[in-house]
Design a binder for this molecule. Structure first.
Ligand code: NDP
Ligand code: 2IT
Length: 447
């Protein structure tokens, strides 16, 4: 079987040389799917996985804008429309200097399986730009977002492709992007999700990814008759996903001792509470400051520059920042220090080697395509509300989100349970996500 996986990967590598992140994401899926496909005649021999690994369309475009100093700036914009077998393309936009074709293809590929797992009818896509929002004024952000949309608008639409946020794209950016789309099309439609509450946004969408990751973790612990009460939690990142993962952990009485950003992490031995988290929310979302400012206000906490939090003692780790932020050595350290669960809030934060270490040690490991699917699922609920021209209450959306996360967990258990009872959530998520897309691909023929 290793030979079959290698043969498949050789072909993907030949078509996508040097796209390291994309190849990593495909490899991780191929390791469980290639054996599954060859065992199931209805899927074998149809090149379904090869078709899913080739974007249906990939758009790349120039974005020119003028900064506050009057200088012309040039960035590159992208939209990867990966697969539309089960619904219109759906996935976030990332603005970060590390954005390139490989990163967006890996994210779009993951999104196909993730969206399938949500139970909602959404295909997979991703986009963004190498634009760096750090240090830019609100006016510069607005000019960039407007310029970006003057090209993107012709490729998206509420029945074609519905972007949302990701790293560097939050409520502020979605507002600017939506404003320009509406002006160009002269249409008020649900073309983007993550909109403000007064103009078509859904309750719970900002919270959904972080809350969803914690709901998924609750389900994993429930299998062992345990709750999150008093569990010690490490969280990386201090953006949208990290903040709301922390909020839900605090509500469930877990003790969150770390948060981070790209400059380092803070360790608070007393744990975060609602007030401390409110400080971080304001610091990151309004002041757009650095996490190190936390220790000036809460001096019992310590700031560790240029480090990630994985060497601290914990029960549960939530990597919620970016891809490949938790490597093999970090996984070994976590296992050594008694960590029993790693839930990916970010997309592919754990390297393939790190996942191997965790699974070998029988740590509960939740892959992002399952555990962070609450964000896009609630985007799907935002699309439904837009189509209905209706709004559900906070309670209604939260209940639907919880139900979806429980259903994703159940799908992972169905396909991922191994002899001895250990649940291989990677295998479960990959197969459950694949089956629905593959059935649609077969039904629609070779298109
Ligand atoms: P934000 O931009 O809100 O926050 C990103 C956080 O991660 C910041 O704290 C940032 O620190 C840190 N970070 C980003 N890049 C790096 C890096 N190269 N090294 C170290 N730290 C880094 O993004 P989100 O919270 O929305 O996204 C975080 C992750 O979750 C991403 O992997 C994203 O794809 C994934 N995700 C997001 C969803 C959503 O709904 N937003 C849904 C599902 C997954 P700094 O400020 O220093 O850059
Ligand atoms: O990675 C992700 O799932 C997201 N960034 C959210 C995508 C969305 O369309 O809400």
């Amino acid at each position: 079987m290793e030979q079959e996986v290698k043969a498949f990967m050789d072909q993907v590598e030949k078509r996508n040389p040097h796209e390291v992140e994309f190849l990593q994401a495909v490899q991780e899926v191929a390791e469980t799917l290639v054996p599954f496909i060859s065992k199931h005649k209805i899927y074998a021999g149809k090149k379904i996985l090869s078709r899913i690994a080739e974007p249906e369309r990939l758009i790349s475009f120039r974005v020119c804008w003028v900064d506050d100093a009057g200088e012309t700036q040039i960035n590159r914009g992208y939209r990867v429309q990966m697969n539309s077998a089960i619904g219109p393309y759906k996935g976030g936009l990332r603005f970060h200097p590390t954005v390139n074709q490989s990163v967006l293809k890996f994210l779009a590929f993951e999104q196909v399986f993730k969206n399938s797992l949500t139970t909602l009818p959404m295909g997979g896509g991703k986009g963004g730009s190498d634009f760096d929002p750090k240090g830019k004024s609100d006016d510069e952000i607005m000019r960039f977002c407007h310029a970006f949309m003057t090209e993107l608008f012709r490729h998206i639409g509420p029945y074609t492709d519905i972007p949302a946020g990701d790293i560097g794209v939050g409520a502020r950016e979605i507002g600017f992007l939506f404003g320009m789309y509406k002006k160009l099309r002269n249409e008020f439609t649900g073309v983007l999700t993550g909109k403000g509450l007064s103009w078509g946004g859904s309750q719970i969408r900002p919270e959904a990814t972080g809350y969803g990751a914690v709901y998924f973790t609750e389900s994993m612990f429930k299998v062992k008759d345990q709750t999150l009460d008093e569990k010690v939690v490490l969280i990386s990142g201090s953006g949208n996903v990290a903040i709301y993962a922390a909020e839900k952990c605090i509500q469930l009485k877990a003790k969150v001792v770390t948060m981070s950003d790209s400059s380092g992490y803070i360790y608070d031995k007393d744990g975060l509470d609602t007030e401390k988290l409110a400080f971080i929310k304001e610091l990151k979302n309004i002041k757009r400051g650095r996490i190190s400012a936390y220790v000036k206000v809460y001096p019992s906490a310590v700031f560790h520059p240029e480090k990630s939090p994985w060497s601290e003692q914990c029960d549960i780790a939530f990597p919620c920042a970016t891809q490949n932020e938790l490597l093999e050595e970090d996984a070994r350290e976590l296992v050594k220090n008694g960590c029993v669960c790693v839930t990916e809030g970010a997309n592919m934060p754990c390297s393939i080697e790190a996942v191997e270490v965790l699974q070998k040690a029988k740590v509960l490991f939740a892959p992002g395509k399952a555990s962070n699917a609450g964000g896009v699922a609630t985007s799907g609920l935002e699309m439904t509300q837009n189509a209905l021209r209706y709004k559900w209450t906070r309670l209604e959306v939260d209940e639907k989100l919880q139900e979806i996360m429980r259903s994703i967990h159940a799908s992972c258990v169905e396909y991922g349970k191994e002899d001895g009872g250990y649940v291989n959530y990677v295998k479960g998520a990959n197969i459950a996500g694949f089956v629905k897309v593959a059935d649609a691909v077969i039904a629609q023929g070779v298109v």
